[in-house]
Design a protein around this ligand. Structure first.
Ligand SMILES: [Zn+2]
Ligand SMILES: [Zn+2]
Length: 318
């Protein structure tokens, strides 16, 4: 038997179920503690996401001299712009990020994206909020927050857009820490027109070509003269951020800034490369992950088998 429910009624019921299920997810986590999804250690009884405190504190935060435009490491102490920004200034005003895309940061992002450990999105979203807060002094008082969209085929495969989830969590945390700042989530503003090849393993030039013309703005009048903040989980060479920013500026946006949870940074000189290799070899293996490349953020998709053992989590409506 099927019951005919009008669409408005249906969305009301969905909203009720969402409200009821959210605390249930947390309760399940609290009453049925598992081991940490990243290091395997036992979790305390009260834990909202199956990731231990020690793993959260191991997440590397960005430090050191950085390009004032894109946030990449600087190759010279006497300049404020990296070589890439000097040669071809990006269309965005500034890009900020919370941490380096390596170690526990990469593990936690993989746990969210591929392991579907949605509760991790709360802490990661707050970290993204801290990155966005770096713009508080310079960015306009009103910002349109636009998550980088997935192509519909990728969305169907993954079931949610991690950039949108992180953006929503970041805005919620910034409402508490920066209450005067008006950040509006505009999740359907940008569209991904074609399913781009994975950026992993591509050279910077190939990455630029891969995403060229991949984005379009659904309703240009919605962004005309608006100041936009593009949000994504990872920034590697910045090719995706550049392509998305160009689409928004072509549609009439007044300015575009970029915030990501993590970013890759170029390592300069043999000492930096050696340090990176040693750090990687000292890192405990990640459960369920097959990725083994550090440094300039080559994103390998891990096996999802062990992450999936932490199911079920309520799938966010993103
Ligand atoms: Zn852990
Ligand atoms: Zn730069």
């Amino acid at each position: 038997m099927t019951i005919d429910v009008p669409p408005s009624e249906m969305s009301r019921w969905r909203a009720v179920v969402r409200v009821l299920r959210s605390p249930l997810d947390c309760l399940t986590c609290a009453l049925l503690p598992a081991s940490c999804a990243l290091c395997g250690s036992s979790l305390p009884l009260l834990s909202f996401a199956p990731i231990c405190e020690s793993c959260w504190t191991e997440i590397p935060v960005l430090s050191g001299p950085a390009c004032s435009r894109c946030g990449d490491a600087l190759d010279s102490p006497v300049t404020t712009l990296c070589r890439a920004c000097r040669l071809a200034p990006p269309p965005f005003v500034r890009a900020v990020a919370y941490g380096l895309y390596q170690g526990r940061m990469r593990d936690a992002i993989h746990a969210l994206k591929y392991g579907r450990i949605y509760p991790a999105g709360g802490t990661l979203g707050r970290m993204l909020g801290e990155a966005i807060a770096q713009l508080a002094g310079e960015a306009p008082a009103e910002l349109f927050v636009v998550p980088v969209p997935l192509h519909r085929s990728k969305y169907a495969q993954r079931g949610f857009n991690q950039a949108r989830l992180l953006a929503a969590e970041a805005i919620a945390s910034l409402r508490k820490t920066q209450p005067q700042w008006r950040l509006t989530l505009a999740a359907s503003t940008l569209m991904r027109l074609r399913a781009t090849e994975s950026q992993a393993g591509l050279t910077p030039r190939q990455r630029r070509l891969n995403v060229r013309g991949a984005f379009s703005v659904s309703d240009p009048s919605a962004v005309t003269m608006r100041h936009v903040l593009i949000v994504d989980d990872i920034l590697t060479t910045g090719a995706t951020a550049r392509a998305a920013a160009q689409a928004l500026l072509r549609a009439g946006a007044a300015s575009v800034r970029v915030a990501t949870l993590a970013r890759a940074r170029r390592a300069f000189g043999p000492a930096a490369a050696a340090h990176s290799a040693v750090a990687e070899s000292m890192r405990p293996p990640v459960r369920g992950s097959t990725s083994s490349v550090s440094g300039n953020a080559i994103e390998n998709q891990p096996s999802t088998s062990s992450f999936r053992s932490f199911m079920p989590y309520r799938q966010p409506s993103f």
